[in-house]
Design a protein. Structure first.
Length: 325
């Protein structure tokens, strides 16, 4: 049965509306150009997966407060900053099916807009006046940047392994989801067991989320996904389907693969890589790992009593497996 996002969000619909107000208000500036770009950012209407899960994690333990909305806004501002910089690094022309910021305002403005968002996040971190939250957020910001640089470095040096892949996506994707879930719980309960369980939920969900995103590079449709199919292959960003296929292939075929990636045309690369990973079961293996991490995320919620919020958090995991963008 297809899962509706609207159904998943029903327990926190009022809280999401409050968050959106806080988020939009946090992006305002006295500089006209910044406001112009921020209006474009807001109009893009991204997934907002991080604040959604943060609000669910908070409401699983109590009622959301101003502090809940403050950390949800902070997490989304931090995430948005990384996306702006990522598009510059990736030379991406689109984001969520629309022209990326760097394709409209070019790299110089885009980098500065990303810096502006990071500065907003920093101001909000200090305003929390909560040392434990501040330490968690600072550590997470470090992981976000480290994970992205590690991915680029391993792509250039051709040293990506399956273990390195999981470590990398845990830093660059799962860390912020895990932190968001823990922060949400910290605003509504003092139970550290609940904090830890929700951190694990977010961590495993985040890894599953990135694995699903990586599958789109081979199975997605550009109109649905909102980015050019094959972009990661073109930029030599080796993901799990390719890693597994390379592990199964012999050394001679591995050399052919790497030569094609370096010298083939875009269309030839896409066709060859898809055939290669199908031959060695890369997609099937990746889908199994997606299910494994999804099951781990569900298991972390076992300590909580049944409720509509818990049901939504479980369903979110299945929604990720089913999603088409």
């Amino acid at each position: 049965m297809k899962i509706s996002l609207d159904d998943l969000l029903r327990p926190i619909q009022a809280e999401l509306n409050s968050f959106q107000h806080h988020f939009e208000d946090s992006l305002k500036s006295h500089v006209f150009l910044i406001n112009q770009v921020m209006k474009y950012v807001i109009a893009q209407k991204g997934k907002k997966m991080r604040p959604m899960l943060l609000l669910l994690a908070a409401k699983l333990n109590g009622e959301c407060s101003d502090q809940t909305y403050a950390v949800a806004t902070l997490v989304e501002v931090l995430h948005t900053a990384t996306l702006v910089h990522d598009d510059v690094v990736d030379e991406a022309e689109t984001r969520r099916g629309l022209p990326s910021i760097n394709s409209i305002w070019r790299n110089k403005i885009s980098v500065l807009i990303g810096d502006y968002l990071f500065s907003k996040a920093l101001v909000k971190m200090v305003a929390l006046k909560h040392p434990e939250m501040l330490n968690l957020l600072a550590s997470t910001a470090d992981k976000l940047v480290t994970g992205e640089i590690d991915q680029i470095d391993r792509a250039r040096s051709d040293t990506m392994t399956e273990d390195a892949y999981y470590a990398m996506i845990e830093d660059k994707t799962a860390s912020l989801l895990a932190t968001g879930c823990r922060l949400g719980a910290m605003t509504t309960t003092d139970d550290e067991q609940a904090w830890d369980a929700l951190y694990e939920y977010g961590r495993n969900f985040g890894i599953a989320f990135q694995i699903k995103d990586d599958l789109f590079d081979f199975e997605g449709r550009e109109a649905s996904v909102g980015k050019p199919i094959g972009l990661d292959v073109k930029h030599n960003m080796v993901t799990l389907p390719i890693i597994h296929a390379l592990q199964q292939a012999g050394k001679s075929e591995e050399r052919v693969f790497k030569r094609m990636i370096k010298k083939g045309s875009d269309s030839a690369i896409k066709k060859y890589v898809l055939e290669f990973i199908k031959k060695y079961g890369g997609l099937e293996y990746t889908k199994q790992r997606l299910q494994d991490y999804s099951d781990r995320a569900k298991a972390s919620l076992q300590i909580f009593p049944d409720s509509p919020v818990k049901h939504s958090m479980i369903q979110f995991i299945d929604f990720n497996i089913q999603r088409e963008k």
